[in-house]
Ligand binder design. Sequence first.
Ligand SMILES: Nc1nc2c(ncn2[C@@H]2O[C@H](COP(=O)(O)OP(=O)(O)OP(=O)(O)O)[C@@H](O)[C@H]2O)c(=O)[nH]1
Ligand SMILES: [Mg+2]
Length: 214
Amino acid sequence: MAYVNWVTYEAQLKVVYYGPAYAGKTTSLKYFSLRLETDVKELPTADDRSVFFEYTQSKKFPANNLQVKFLYWTLPGQQKYRRTRHLVLAAADSVVFVADSQYEAAARNLEMLNDLEELLSDRGMCLEGRQNLALQPIPIVFFYNKRDLTSVMPVQYMDALFGLQSWQAPRYAGEAIVGKNVVRAANAAATLALKKLEEKIYGPQNRDARAETE
Ligand SMILES: Nc1nc2c(ncn2[C@@H]2O[C@H](COP(=O)(O)OP(=O)(O)OP(=O)(O)O)[C@@H](O)[C@H]2O)c(=O)[nH]1
Ligand SMILES: [Mg+2]
């Protein structure tokens, strides 16, 4: 959950980019960090392959009486990095699920969504909209990437694949490679994370006082 320093009134929220390998998480983060005018830091994973996970951060901004900063993390999508994903998910406040829109990636998208739900439930969490009263819900935003390619699943087909009709998680279709809708998806996830924190601190009636980060 969010880290709040009640001496300095500063809060840090963590948005995690999740999704299958090659879906476009790193591409999204790199584009987004350009817009934030911050660097992407790369942390090498434990083997000698040139695979990294990365993070970047927003500047601080005021929200209610807090100074809020967002940290954005990507996680490696390959199966062998499951332990890394498990660790980094520990303090996640929201998730951007980057799905690969190509037909041939349908099964991998679903596997990764299941992987996410399993790892979250291990940590006593679940995805918002898939409520399980015993678990702590965290918001998720879907980003259907690579819409520029020819062999892509229609958006409604992907909604059905993920069961979004009953779930009602926010969803954007875009192209990380040119930045289309990347900022919108990131801001939606950040805004939902902040709203959750504000509800926790001030109660649900404060719902509309959230800061828009766009
Ligand atoms: N055509 C197209 N290619 C994209 C798009 N977004 C990303 N790619 C390409 O997809 C490949 C994989 O992108 P990454 O951002 O590295 O994927 P990732 O999700 O970080 O992958 P892992 O770190 O292995 O989990 C790269 O060659 C990108 O250039 C897009 O919108 N359209
Ligand atoms: Mg990556």
